[in-house]
Design a protein around this ligand. Sequence first.
Ligand code: NAI
Length: 284
Amino acid sequence: MEIKKIGVLGAGTMGAGIAQVSVEAGYSVVLIDVVPEIVEKAVKGLNKAWAKAVEKGKKTADDVSAYNALLTSSTDINDFKDVDIVIEAIVENIDIKKKVQKQLGEICKADAILATNTSALSITEIAAATNRPDKVLGMHFFNPVVMMKLVEVIPGAVTTDDVVQAVVEMSKKIGKEPVPVKESPGFIVNRILVPYINEAAIVFQEGVASAAEIDKAMKLGAGMPMGPLALADMVGIDIVLAVCEFFVKEFADSKYRPSLAFRTKVRAGHLGMKTGKGFYDYSK
Ligand code: NAI
């Protein structure tokens, strides 16, 4: 099972990054989003990043032409009909993911792999909604995709070994380090990281210190490369909240209950960097 052509569904923060590393590794990529402006913004963003790399002498104009020749963008999900794998990176909502993955199963060729970049949800549940649960798995990238080396590879209950192997190989070809993980809420990284970010938001909500002070303390006192609240803004506060809520439901343990600060910010539309405001203000 060799992957040659990749479909990426969702051209937001993660989808754009996944498309970028894939074309840079020489794969043909079809990038699709329901919102035309988002597809446009993603393609513009990639070209801006490549233009910068050319300026710095890290890439050539020929590289950029080759990347653009490999990249197709669209708003029509039917354009996935000849891809070998779809990596779905849409909103973190189990009902929407199940509906969309079912649709992908109906559109894609019979042997195509369906991967989901879910941060925490059940791969088995998503897989069961499709016509090919043996070919569905989690392929969990990290943000920013271009910089972060890890990909967690998570088989569902009936995913076959050849599917896992094909995705491990593909992950290596796009310059990532795949780590296989047994299915479990939040896999490895988010199981540990999200409760940490949540605790920081609770400390913030209690008024123990400001966001900047909390982040400074964790950077200088715990050697973290960035503070937990800046990280929440980068990940998206809606995503962190969704993961906390999923943990509460899945583990039936109140230790995961989300900070009220997350709820207030999500209700206000302050989702972090992507909306210009979160724990910090990015509008200036
Ligand atoms: P985002 O909000 O930046 O992008 C999601 C995109 O999906 C939007 O552009 C939206 O228009 C599109 N979309 C929604 N429904 C769609 C549909 N039915 N068909 C096509 N496109 C659709 O979200 P982000 O941050 O890229 O997250 C996407 C997924 O990746 C989520 O499952 C999230 O949990 C996961 N993830 C996010 C990380 C992060 O740091 N933001 C890290 C790792 C995983």
